[in-house]
Design a protein around this ligand. Sequence first.
Ligand code: ZN
Length: 163
Amino acid sequence: MKPLDDIFARLAKSPFRCRFQLGAQDRAYLDSKGREAVLDHAATFIAERLAPANPRNDGQQTPMRGHPVFVAQHATATCCRGCLAKWHAIPAGGALTDDEQRHVLAVIARWLDHQATRETPPRQVAQAKSRKKQKSPAGAYQASPETTLQLDMFAAEPPPDDD
Ligand SMILES: [Zn+2]
């Protein structure tokens, strides 16, 4: 098992792992159920889907959405035994020990807590900002995204029917 700080520092450098963020529905679920209940679910998912020596459908046992813990698992590479081996140095092929299960739960809890402190998901903020900056300076001609789109539409016009 690797220290949590090391794991989180490495996760932060992975564009794939960083893509996983809690959506509005996940946040609402977390708020309504509460942290303790959601972490209880996490402990059950770990025990049933990760802890066995040979988990069922290993590599595909964690859905991409549908529960905040699933999102957390993909974000933290605790989604399957392959990712646990690669990112957390927990070898595959044997049942998870109690310590290892506690480690996985601590990783998920830390990620969820961090997400809960964010006001707005960063991607939505970035989009809102870039939308505001679309006007080009007066007089300067630039093909706007709309113009390009229209030209593309002409080019993509289907040929007349031959039959
Ligand atoms: Zn995985």
